[in-house]
Ligand binder design. Structure first.
Ligand SMILES: [Zn+2]
Length: 191
């Protein structure tokens, strides 16, 4: 298992619902937790906040969310199965997003600042989550993955919304015309 990156077509598929939480599904979740933490070891300035199953080429509706997004030493994740956005509301806010499957680039992405999400936990319990700000953003980003949508799609035509990280871990504006607009690594080949 490994993390796949753009322009891999599996990132663009609509994932299927999980019908039964069996050993296969639990194994997928275990692999997701492991891959997220492996990725973090190679990225000293970044925290692996969340991941969706399609990011390892498995098109099933499963995401994992880091329980503590501030402290890298706290490495537990909650898995959400068949997560659904029931409501997205509140002020639209802009903040930086990155993605394990979109190497090098970050974006200033507009998202609703309040969401309600319904999902199942690994043990089958139904949960409803009310989230704001960073957690709301993370949930929307990950649930997008299950529909084949990436954060770059929300800012595709915005020349000032793309950023790159320098070697000190700081974000700097990307050169949109040169590095973003026609970058086939991001968008794939035009048909
Ligand atoms: Zn992502």
């Amino acid at each position: 298992m490994k993390i796949i990156t753009t322009p891999d077509a599996r990132l663009r598929e609509k994932s299927e619902k999980v019908r039964k939480i069996d050993d296969e599904i639990l194994g997928i979740i275990a692999d997701m937790r492991k891959l997220s933490l492996d990725w973090e070891k190679g990225h000293p300035y970044e925290l692996s906040a969340a991941m969706a199953a399609p990011q390892m080429g498995v098109n099933k509706r499963i995401i994992i969310i880091r329980d503590n997004m501030e402290d890298k030493k706290k490495a537990s994740f909650t898995a959400l199965i068949n997560p659904e956005v029931i409501r997205a509301e509140g002020k639209v806010k802009y903040d930086y997003e990155g993605c394990l499957s979109v190497p090098s680039f970050y974006g200033l992405v507009p998202r609703a600042s309040k969401v309600r999400v319904k999902a199942k936990l690994e043990d089958g319990t139904e949960v409803r989550i009310k989230a704001t700000d960073e957690l709301a953003r993370t949930l929307l980003h990950e649930i997008d993955h299950l529909d084949g949508v990436l954060f770059i799609d929300h800012i595709k035509d915005k020349s000032d919304a793309f950023y790159v990280m320098n070697d000190k871990g700081e974000l700097e504006p990307a050169d949109y015309e040169k590095d973003v607009r026609n970058n086939t690594k991001l968008w794939g080949e035009e048909e």
